[in-house]
Ligand binder design. Structure first.
Ligand SMILES: Cc1cc2nc3c(=O)[nH]c(=O)nc-3n(C[C@H](O)[C@H](O)[C@H](O)COP(=O)(O)OP(=O)(O)OC[C@H]3O[C@@H](n4cnc5c(N)ncnc54)[C@H](O)[C@@H]3O)c2cc1C
Length: 449
């Protein structure tokens, strides 16, 4: 069988491409998805009356086009929340960004952070993320928050990571403001331009993409995996044993897998060695009691300390009451742990380690443990595309090589750029690649910093 365009993957990027193709009146295309559901990493699952996401997903759309699509997909069935992020450290909540709220730390830790800040020199030349952290935040904040927290998120030595991706992703520092907050004892949690987010009333984050997929369902084939890509003949081999030919291929599966399972050799396969990623465990825990009233507006908490495996815990049931069987009787936490060869964890023990970490850090009390009535684990082998030192060099080799074979690799792991790897970026990359293929309109989102 032949299709003008084949899309690998029905995650946000694949759905963005499919949505745009249909909108443009193109019907000679198919989306191949190996799972039995759409939404990829942005999927949600209903289990025992609870709804779990794959890690804490928050939608901060930068695009009017995507906003309109979401509005239609959800038909007004969503809630809006103010982002309320915290750092849980030394048995207390410190508002995020950490550096603006060090007034909430014990005096000796606060002084360590201030002293470091006075010595910091953001103009100092730096070669990697680790050096950049000390130059910008100083030794104290680096020691107590930035270094340990970022190692937990990325599961990579920070000296092996580039600093070019940082832009708006890491809240930087204004020393005058930090000192003012300490002296005037002011809390300061304003960061970034967009502090409201929408969350589906039903179905978790996945509800957004299930809604979007309804418009393009006729073009999606579920439970079909692409096992081999033959660039010489523009042919795909599928898990069903079929072969399909294409004029143009939009890939949203992990770039290294696409290349390694293809007839490309030499330079292409070598370049994949420089693509680094971490995996993740997302542990959902449902508690058989109501959440304390003073925690019901909180969104998520960062965990820099080593007494817990996870880097972030989200109050998922605060996003929608329908994430639990009965919001008057239960609440749901989602705890995310990254793993790699540098930070090893096991699927067989991570749930217990997570519960122990919640107790160790005194985020929950020991008497809460018997109240955990729902325990869920999602393994995410490809969770974070790491901005490693050689990533850009690898992409400079791989992207033109693939394009010369009419393969356009886009999305979180399709083009491996964390800085353009959120849901809104991914969906828009799908839309924009279609505009490029049909009208040669230049793409913007995939180059975003
Ligand atoms: C822990 C975590 C937290 C996140 N938090 C946020 C957040 O707060 N806000 C935000 O905006 N974004 C967040 N994201 C990012 C968001 O999940 C991604 O932006 C989005 O899902 C990427 O879409 P995609 O289509 O590019 O890739 P994916 O979602 O990975 O979809 C790719 C699809 O391709 C399919 N596939 C792979 N290989 C094959 C094959 N060989 N054959 C057929 N199908 C295949 C997969 O099954 C999958 O469905 C988070 C991601 C993670 C992992």
């Amino acid at each position: 069988m032949h299709k003008k365009i084949i899309i690998i993957g029905a995650g946000p990027t694949g759905l963005g491409a499919a949505h745009r193709l249909k909108e443009k009146g193109i019907t000679d295309f198919v989306v191949l998805e190996r799972n039995d559901h759409v939404a990829g990493l942005s999927a949600s699952f209903q289990r025992q009356g609870y709804t779990v996401d794959i890690g804490g997903h928050v939608l901060f759309s930068h695009y009017a086009y995507f906003d309109e699509v979401i509005e239609k997909a959800l038909g007004g069935q969503y809630l809006q929340h103010q982002r309320e992020a915290w750092v849980w450290i030394l048995n207390r909540f410190v508002p995020y960004p950490f550096q603006n709220n060090i007034k909430d730390l014990p005096p000796e830790v606060m002084w360590e952070c201030v002293e470091g800040l006075l010595d910091a020199d953001p103009t100092m030349p730096t070669n990697n993320f680790d050096e950049w952290i000390t130059a910008v935040f100083g030794a104290g904040i680096a020691k107590h928050f930035m270094r340990p927290y970022n190692f937990k998120v990325w599961a990579q030595p920070l000296k092996d990571m580039a600093k070019s991706w940082i832009a708006e992703r890491v809240s930087v520092i204004d020393t005058r403001r930090v000192l003012r907050n300490i002296i005037l004892n002011q809390s300061d949690s304003s960061w970034g331009p967009n502090n409201m987010f929408k969350f589906p009333l039903f179905g978790g984050t996945g509800g957004i993409f299930e809604g979007i997929s309804k418009g393009v369902n006729d073009f999606i084939r579920l439970n079909v995996s692409v096992t081999q890509t033959h660039t010489a003949t523009k042919t795909l081999t599928l898990s069903t044993g079929e072969t399909l030919t294409y004029d143009q291929l939009i890939n949203t599966s992990p770039l290294d897998q696409l290349v390694l399972n293809s007839d490309l050799d030499g330079v292409g396969k070598d370049a994949t060695k420089d693509l680094v990623h971490s995996g993740g465990y997302s542990v959902g825990l449902g508690f058989n009691r109501q959440l304390e009233a003073d925690k019901r507006t909180k969104c998520w908490n960062y965990f820099p300390e080593t007494n817990s495996p996870f880097y972030r815990v989200t109050y998922l049931s605060n996003y929608s009451p329908n994430m639990v069987p009965d919001i008057a009787k239960q609440f749901l936490l989602m705890c995310e742990t990254s793993y790699s060869e540098h930070k090893q964890h096991s699927a067989s023990t991570i749930i217990d380690e997570t519960i122990q970490g919640l107790v160790n850090s005194q985020f929950i009390k020991p008497e809460d443990v018997p109240l955990i009535e729902f325990k869920d684990l999602i393994d995410i082998p490809y969770s974070y595309p790491v901005p490693s030192l050689n990533r850009d060099k690898a992409l400079e080799t791989l992207m033109p090589l693939l394009q010369s074979h009419s393969i356009f690799s886009r999305g979180r792991f399709g083009q491996w750029r964390y800085e353009a790897g959120n849901m809104d970026h991914s969906f828009m990359q799908g839309v924009e690649v279609v505009d490029y293929l049909l009208d040669e309109k230049p793409e913007e989102t995939r180059f975003k910093n």
